[in-house]
Design a protein around this ligand. Structure first.
Ligand code: ZN
Length: 139
């Protein structure tokens, strides 16, 4: 019956959504809960994720192939370990962007100081001849 199968599909979707929300919530507190992460020295996309219980073996998160070696991942195609690592990487990228922005701001400030020097720089050639000689536009 279409109505019944539709309800079943809705129930599955809701259960899946709940599971995913739960995973995302646990990912947010993963490191606060005592998990530790360590990037592979040989591969920037691979991370050990050590559980708080030191007797347990670490899982390996592969950000390039969106994979984790924990038992939860194959069934749900996601897990708190991978989400936590991906969030860390996004945070790191944001910090990098901010650092670059600050550097660029510093560059602009320096430019103002060096304004006189900058005007003394030679003008760019208008074009180059076929033998590579620069040709300057007439002032
Ligand atoms: Zn995992």
């Amino acid at each position: 019956m279409p109505a019944t199968s539709s309800r079943t599909a809705d129930a599955l979707t809701i259960n899946k959504a709940r599971t995913l929300a739960n995973v995302a919530e646990r990912a947010r507190t993963l490191f606060a809960d005592g998990y530790r992460a360590q990037q592979f020295e040989s591969a920037a996309h691979l991370f050990f994720v050590f559980p708080p219980d030191t007797d347990k073996r670490p899982y390996i998160v592969d950000t390039l192939n969106a994979h984790c070696t924990c038992p939860f991942h194959p069934q749900h195609r996601t897990c708190k370990h991978r989400l936590a690592i991906e969030e860390e990487l996004r945070d790191a990228a944001r910090l990098d962007e901010q650092a670059e922005y600050l550097t660029f701001g510093q560059y602009l400030a320096d430019e103002e100081v060096d304004d006189a020097e900058r005007q003394a720089e030679p003008a760019l050639p208008a074009y180059y001849t076929c033998t590579g000689q620069p040709v300057y536009a007439q002032a």
